[in-house]
Design a protein around this ligand. Structure first.
Ligand code: MN
Length: 368
């Protein structure tokens, strides 16, 4: 059985206010092309960028949903943390008649879909993104200790395993931050430490775990993979090789899981150099995050770079602005109160002393 594993489409996403919908349509058409040669398509969460997706995003998903079912390719799709479970769930029972299986909500009996090939059945566990409290409320009494992400996932996946007959091949689809996973984009940085993470062992019963959430394609182990997002969605992803993961199972389980690269309509790049260098270059058709390495701070860098980078997303100076450099030279008077320190700072920044009214107000705030 051949599977196309993709995730984190983030339909409707914008970069610094620039809509990416045309880039998304372009990349999804490539995915549709590859999908012709597989037995099923997996979408491992974050279909949309927001819980209330834009009309353009819903329209694009509708278009893709129609084209995939028209080709009679089964689709297995779960909700990610960016999706609204209720909204993504819309129509799911009807769509299932066309083999478009969306699981956006957890259930007392985790959703299991069997698909078959010439070797027999393969069981797919659809594990949508959930908060541990949801599992707690659904399965345990109030006196039960609060569950961690890891414990809640282990429990729920344990329930899902109960629905898979012994000795049968199986695939898990989940949207989690797995222990040992690397490089999370800014928007996914919700937790400090390991509180939001799930142990890789959680999926050990499966022949393959098709994961979503981390945007960089990566193999946690041979059978536990992130396909990554099909497009670069932040400067931190500039060096990622985006694509989909093509998975093959034979009679005994996993044969291979390999990344297959996609070509974006417009690349996203992170570059650095001097203003003079960039201004001598031909225009670059890419979403550009530029750092100027000039020794002196370049004021109003963006308009000066737009000729070369018509799709400039960010212009930064490596040199610190003169105002910023001045600050660390400030001395704090020995034994000064908070109010006195503030008064010194105020005078240094504004070149005037506090008025009597301002002194009284600040003294009150500082406690004398
Ligand atoms: Mn996510």
């Amino acid at each position: 059985m051949k599977l196309l594993h993709t995730a984190d489409w983030h339909l409707g996403k914008t970069l610094k206010g620039t809509p990416l919908i045309d880039d998304q349509r372009h990349i999804l058409n490539q995915i549709l092309d590859i999908a012709k040669d597989v037995d099923a398509v997996i979408i491992a969460g974050d279909v949309y960028d927001r819980a209330d997706p834009s009309p353009e995003a819903v329209d694009l998903f509708d278009e893709i949903l129609f084209k995939l079912t028209e080709k009679k390719i089964p689709v297995l799709c779960i909700a990610g943390n960016h999706d609204s479970a209720e909204r993504l769930n819309f129509g799911s029972r009807l769509f299932a008649n066309k083999k478009f299986f969306i699981t956006a909500k957890t259930a007392l009996t985790p959703k299991t879909i069997p698909l078959d090939d010439k070797f027999g059945d393969v069981y797919f566990s659809l594990i949508p993104y959930f908060e541990p409290a949801e599992i707690h409320d659904k399965f345990f009494g109030e006196d039960q200790k609060r569950l961690t992400f890891d414990a809640a996932n282990k429990f729920y996946i344990g329930e899902a395993r109960k629905k898979i007959p012994a000795g049968k091949r199986s695939v898990a689809i989940a949207h989690v931050f797995i222990e040992g996973g690397e490089e999370t984009p800014e928007s996914e940085r919700k937790f400090v430490g390991t509180a939001g993470k799930v142990g890789a062992q959680t999926f050990s019963g499966y022949d393959y775990a098709a994961l979503g959430h981390l945007h960089k394609p990566q193999k946690i182990s041979a059978g536990v993979c992130y396909s990554g997002s099909p497009l670069k969605y932040s400067a931190r992803e500039a060096s990622n090789k985006k694509g989909v993961t093509l998975v093959e199972l034979d009679a005994n389980g996993l044969v291979s899981a390999e990344n297959f690269p996609l070509t974006p309509r417009r690349d996203l790049i992170e570059v650095s150099g001097t203003l003079e260098y960039f201004q001598s270059q031909p225009p670059v058709d890419a979403y550009a995050y530029v750092t100027l390495t000039d020794k002196d701070f370049v004021y109003d860098a963006a308009p000066k770079l737009r000729g070369v980078f018509p799709h400039l997303m960010e212009a930064k100076n490596a040199a610190k602005s003169p105002a910023y450099v001045a600050a660390p030279t400030r001395q704090i008077r020995e034994g000064a109160s908070i109010f006195e320190q503030f008064a010194d700072f105020f005078e240094e920044m504004t070149h005037r002393a506090l008025t009597d009214d301002e002194r009284d107000a600040m003294k009150e705030i500082c406690g004398g």
